[in-house]
Design a protein around this ligand. Structure first.
Ligand SMILES: CC(C)=CCC/C(C)=C/CC/C(C)=C/CC/C(C)=C/[C@@H]1[C@@H](COP(=O)(O)OP(=O)(O)O)[C@]1(C)CC/C=C(\C)CC/C=C(\C)CCC=C(C)C
Ligand SMILES: [Mn+2]
Length: 390
């Protein structure tokens, strides 16, 4: 890890607008520092692993979970520091100012606060060290999503995503491109965060570029893993597993994966109308057909009994993933349980709001108000102090 490189970059790129993806893409395309690296030959873990062709998406993704769990098993369950100090970058403290890394992390916090109030609220319940790491991961995820969903999405090509991936590889090798990358480059030296879920998220963005319909839940599940299950896998090494937990590491990772999938299914159910207006239908086509519905019904946006029945089943499935996730929260490090419970309860509430809107997710956005958000915190706290499995 070259600390000098990280800090040079942080110093040379003050306060970039993280959502200026046009600038980002131009920068990516013109940067000589971003020569394509070994990442080009690295393959997406899920999509291309040899010999896995006949597996269902769930089986393929479970293999990822097993590998992730095996990778970090030792470090996560140990109480000793994750990495020795030799590998940690040395920060530069300028006289009279905050350190550059501190500035980088603060900027990540500002971005998180601006773009995701609920997640930000959750991060305020974390220890300061973990909070910073989660902010850095959040910002990288948001920028990645913004490449295909942001104002400059129409300029994004698969090649731009390849460059973004090369930049990710650089960052994991200590070569950060800007100060926001520098924060993540620092985070990955402090926690046993693996690069694979990050690569897989980029793969999800590639999928978004080439695909706007999902034939069945198996296809949708893979997409949800890529864009959201990966966030669970990135987060566990930071959240930590309670050293007293008797649960297997893979069961905790599985729960984290389930939380990501549950959140993404919730996103999809909340945004049906908005997505359809952008030409996207994430709902499984075979399930729509079974319910006597089609893309035309979604574009028409009429809440009918057929739609209500269809939605009831979709909500039920999303809730099952939340239930699966609940099993793992208890096994996390004590200090991480409260924020995770809070975010789980709040995100799940969106499903209740869809029901309260009589399943009109075409023109009404399901939204959990401030009061309900604050009111969920004591319940989340109560759940977080429940004893760990024995
Ligand atoms: C054992 C156990 C349960 C551990 C907990 C593990 C954990 C903390 C899991 C977090 C799961 C999580 C928050 C997943 C995020 C899923 C998500 C919202 C994905 C979004 C994808 C694209 O969706 P779409 O384009 O449809 O949505 P928009 O309209 O654009 O919003 C994402 C946008 C991908 C990018 C994801 C993020 C920006 C969120 C990343 C969040 C974190 C790193 C914070 C996690 C912290 C807490 C406190 C939960
Ligand atoms: Mn998005």
């Amino acid at each position: 890890m070259s600390s000098v490189a990280v800090l040079w970059v942080a110093a040379s790129s003050p306060n970039p607008d993280p959502m200026n993806t046009c600038g980002l893409v131009l920068a990516l395309e013109s940067s000589s520092a971003l020569s394509l690296s070994e990442s080009e030959s690295e393959q997406c873990l899920v999509a291309h692993s040899a010999g896995e062709i006949d597996l269902s998406s769930e089986e393929k993704v479970y293999n990822v979970v097993l590998r992730q769990a095996a990778l970090v098993n030792k470090q996560l369950r140990s109480t000793s520091p994750v990495l020795d100090d030799v590998k940690k970058p040395q920060d530069i403290v300028r006289p009279g100012s905050l350190s550059l890394l501190a500035e980088a992390y603060d900027r990540c916090g500002e971005v998180c606060a601006e773009y995701a109030k609920t997640f930000y609220l959750g991060t305020l319940l974390m220890t300061p060290e973990r909070r910073k790491a989660i902010w850095a991961i959040y910002v990288w995820c948001r920028r990645t999503d913004e490449l295909v969903d942001g104002p400059n999405a129409s300029h994004i090509t698969p090649m731009a995503l390849d460059r973004w991936e090369a930049r990710l590889e650089d960052l994991f090798h200590g070569r950060a491109f800007d100060m926001l990358d520098a924060a993540l480059a620092d985070t990955v030296t402090r926690y046993p965060v693996d690069i694979q879920p990050f690569r897989d998220m980029i793969e999800g963005m590639r999928m978004d570029l080439r695909k706007s319909r999902y034939n069945n839940f198996d296809e949708l599940y893979l997409y949800c893993y890529y864009v959201a299950g990966t966030v669970g896998l990135m987060s566990v090494p930071v959240m930590g597993i309670n050293p007293k937990s008797k649960a297997t590491t893979e069961s905790v990772y599985n729960a984290a994966l389930a939380l990501g999938i549950a959140n993404q299914l919730t996103n999809i159910l909340r945004d049906v109308g908005e997505d359809a207006r952008r030409g996207r239908v994430y709902l499984p086509q075979d399930e729509l057909a079974q319910a006597g519905l089609s893309d035309e019904d979604i574009c028409a946006g009429k809440v009918t009994d057929k739609w209500r029945n269809f939605m009831r089943l979709q909500l039920k499935r999303a809730r099952m993933f939340f239930d699966e996730a609940e099993k793992g929260v208890t096994e996390l490090d004590a200090a991480s349980r409260w924020p995770v419970w809070a975010s789980l309860l709040l995100y799940r509430r969106i499903l209740d709001e869809i029901e309260a809107n009589d399943y009109n997710n075409f023109t009404k956005r399901a939204y959990v108000g401030k009061v309900k958000k604050i009111a969920a915190l004591p319940l989340a706290y109560a759940k977080s102090v429940v004893k760990v499995s024995s």
